[in-house]
Design a protein around this ligand. Structure first.
Ligand SMILES: [Ca+2]
Ligand SMILES: [Ca+2]
Length: 152
């Protein structure tokens, strides 16, 4: 049932995106679909520092919702020259193996794109990253350092 609702929401959103042209974003935020995105400087930070930075700018840590958005993000990350990837606003801190979204107050993930054998919780990994090289996701220790993207 949950996944059916997810599919309906994703379907609805993609229709909305197709018919909504040119959302305006305040510099240095840049638009894609109905959202604005902020790409961090080259400096890499922990998950919680990234989360706070996005919150303080009135956004939230990037949550990739579909393939279209993922492809666009991937291109921007390459342009920016981030060498490893970026944090995603997903975690399994509350229940091991059950990944939820930060912004929707613990909602389940509708879309995911885990790398092969991930998430593996290797040595206790509860935060999620988008890997630049493979364009897939990996669970990672929250105390690691990465670039980040905010969305609003
Ligand atoms: Ca975990
Ligand atoms: Ca992992």
């Amino acid at each position: 049932m949950g996944s059916l609702v997810c599919l309906m929401v994703v379907g609805f959103l993609s229709v909305v995106i197709q018919y909504t042209a040119g959302i305006r974003c305040q510099h240095p935020w840049i638009p894609f679909g109905r959202n604005c995105y902020y790409f961090s400087s080259k400096k890499q930070v922990t998950f919680f520092v990234a989360m706070d930075a996005c919150d303080s700018m009135g956004g939230h840590l990037l949550e990739i919702r579909n393939k279209l958005e993922e492809n666009w993000i991937s291109k921007q990350i390459k342009k920016k020259g981030y060498n490893r990837g970026v944090w995603l606003g997903f975690h399994d801190m509350n229940h091991e193996g059950q990944f939820v979204s930060l912004s929707s107050g613990g909602g389940n993930l509708c879309y995911s794109n885990w790398h092969q054998w991930e998430p593996n919780d290797a040595g206790g990994e509860d935060c999620v990253m988008f890997i630049r090289q493979t364009k897939t996701w990996n669970d990672l220790k929250c105390s690691k350092y990465l670039n980040y993207v905010c969305k609003k």
